[in-house]
Write a protein that binds this ligand. Structure first.
Ligand code: ADP
Length: 588
């Protein structure tokens, strides 16, 4: 228990160190970009260098082996050249040595086998050159001193081995045909074991060239060996064995790889600098977007980002600007909506307040007038209810997604059922109502409740804005393959300057008249009816337009695309009943 706190301390320390180290990574896109690229580059470099090192090493090794084989062949050629006189000299010495009988065999059994196999071909050199074996101290000398005549072959061969070794930059060993070392450029021959069974020696004796890589027992190093036969005609006098430590190949490969590594690291450094610069260019627009978003959040809706790039960041900036514009527009519309709605609510509320105060204070002496006040309060309350309902409809209409397309319906069937109600309302106003519903009117994919709401609103408006004695006509038919519904009146008409705005929210041409006639209209004459009608038409794939001549009358034309008939097993029959707009006829 006593060492618990220190462990916690270390844990917290490691965590905070890690948090500190990883902070740039977590907080900076630039750091992540540069570090990711750097890491990928570094890994690629390491893999590439590993593979290249392997390839270079193999190529170098093959080249070294090949060169060694050629050099062994050339050295053997030089030793067999009759002009050099080695063979003659060796034969003479062979005879002398045989007479003295000094030859000692390393392995009599092997020697016997070799003799049987190579005997006729391998005569000559072994005896002549054995001075190198019997007298190791004579390495590099030209004879044993107490014998007159030509220089002893071991001395001459030792000299040859050493000078070849210098020229060829390799260790040179001269062997007799049975693999006994006679002279060696680096070691006294008696220290060198018999080489007869080595791969390259066997190959040389067969007349082929083959190298071998193995550990040299004398140096303890991995070494490449190659050998070639010293021949005179078909007779093998001996062998030349060349060897080179593998270290040279390895160090050459290491040099090449490290120079490549150095270049790669320099490239990595350059790439990091470039990466920092490029990531800065990349991240800068993101910073500007961030600042604009923060400024917008602080209430500056005018904020826009200026990025001219054609790339994804440019597209992001354009999307941001579009979003900002839409947001600004929506907020502005909402602000207007709230202002208009409160204004519309305030008027009936003020009327109610004035009258109720008068009644409460008993400042209305006349009971008939008091009765009239009460009736007006009741009417204003109704108006408020209608207005509240319309505002609710409107908010539902704007906040919910458009309903899915309905099943095809015949508009004539729906409208025919509405004719009596519309006729009654027109008669109450002293206006003639006429309905011409053509049987060839195409079916449409419009929700029946919404179709009713649209038509009721337009017909009620027509009745509302047509003076007594005027006419209102509802007609349906086919036009250009579409379903057309028209509501025409001979009413007051709409001034040309107001026409572009009448479908706007809360827009009214004549506020006094709108309110006066509010009893039958949608939204209590608040200027919402046409806006809602247009929204419903468009949600059902249709289009609405208006033509009007002040003092003569107005015609509203609604068109919907024709639907296929008979209807297939298409869209559901449950529509927007619970949706934004109730049937027009149900409103007061
Ligand atoms: P309101 O509730 O005021 O009628 P609407 O959105 O239904 O609101 O209509 C907007 C304005 O368009 C009305 O204030 C009115 O001035 C004008 N208007 C609509 N229909 C007609 C019509 N048939 N004849 C003349 N003016 C019309």
């Amino acid at each position: 228990m006593s060492d618990e706190p220190p462990r916690q301390g270390i844990g917290v320390g490691v965590r905070s160190l890690w948090a500190w180290l990883s902070r740039p990574w977590r907080r900076s896109l630039r750091a992540r970009l540069v570090a990711s690229f750097g890491l990928v580059f570094f890994l690629a470099l390491v893999l590439l260098l590993a593979r290249m090192g392997q390839v270079i090493y193999t190529a170098q090794l093959e080249e070294a082996e090949h060169n060694l084989e050629i050099e062994a062949f050339l050295a053997a050629n030089a030793l067999e050249d009759p002009l050099s006189g080695y063979a003659v000299e060796f034969e003479r010495h062979e005879l002398e040595e045989n007479d003295e009988g000094e030859w000692e065999r390393d392995d009599p059994e092997d020697e016997a086998d070799e003799e049987a196999e190579w005997g006729p071909r391998a005569q000559g050199l072994e005896g002549l050159l054995r001075g190198g074996r019997g007298n190791p101290g004579t390495r590099g000398t030209m004879g044993n001193g107490d014998r007159p005549g030509p220089a002893r072959p071991d001395g001459r061969l030792q000299y040859v081995a050493e000078s070849f070794a210098q020229d060829l930059d390799a260790r040179v060993t001269i062997l007799d045909a049975r693999g006994h070392p006679l002279a060696d450029s680096h070691y006294p021959p008696h220290q060198i074991p018999n080489q007869f069974h080595q791969t390259e020696i066997q190959a040389a004796l067969r007349g082929t060239e083959q190298h071998d890589v193995r550990r040299d027992p004398l140096s303890g190093e991995w070494t490449i060996f190659a050998a070639a036969p010293i021949q005179q005609g078909s007779r093998i006098l001996g062998l030349v064995q060349l060897s080179q430590p593998l270290d040279r190949v390895v160090s050459h490969t290491q040099q090449l790889v490290s120079s490549l590594l150095f270049t790669g690291l320099a490239a990595l450094l350059l790439m990091t600098v470039l990466g920092l610069w490029m990531s800065r260019q990349l991240v800068e627009p993101v910073r500007r977007l961030e600042q604009a978003a923060l400024a917008m959040a602080a209430g500056d809706l005018e904020q826009r980002v200026q990025i001219d790039a054609e790339d994804e960041l440019g597209a992001l900036a354009r999307a941001f600007n579009y979003m900002a514009a839409r947001l600004q527009d929506t907020l502005e519309r909402q602000r207007l909506f709230v202002a208009n709605a409160s204004h519309e609510l305030r008027t009936p509320l003020t009327n109610i307040k004035l009258r109720s105060e008068a009644l409460v204070n008993e400042s209305v002496p006349d009971p008939a007038m008091a009765q009239r006040y009460l009736a007006e309060i009741d009417r204003e309350a109704d108006r408020l209810t209608r207005l509240a309902n319309t505002l609710l409809d409107l908010s539902r209409l704007e906040s919910t997604d458009p309903p899915p397309p309905s099943k095809p319906v015949h508009p004539v069937q729906i409208l025919r059922a509405m004719v009596p109600g519309m006729t009654a309302r027109a008669q109450a106003k002293g206006v003639a109502f006429q309905a011409t519903l053509a049987e060839d009117t195409p079916p449409v994919q419009v929700w029946p409740e919404q179709l009713e709401a649209i038509v009721v609103n337009l017909v009620d408006n027509a009745i509302k804005y047509t003076p007594e004695g005027g006419q209102v006509a509802l007609s349906t038919g086919e036009a250009d393959g579409r379903c057309r519904i028209q509501i025409a009146d001979t009413g007051v008409g709409i001034p040309p300057e107001d026409l572009p705005h009448i479908f706007d929210r809360f827009y009214r041409v004549d506020k006094a008249r709108s309110r006066q006639e509010a009893g039958s209209g949608w939204g209590s004459g608040a200027g919402l009816g046409l806006y809602i009608a247009k929204t419903l038409v468009e949600q059902n794939g249709g289009h609405i337009r208006v033509e009007s001549t002040p003092g003569q009358g107005t015609t509203f034309t609604v068109e919907f695309p024709a639907a296929e008939w008979p209807p297939g097993p298409g869209p559901s029959s449950t529509g927007p009943q619970a949706g934004p707009v109730r049937r027009g006829g149900s409103r007061r």
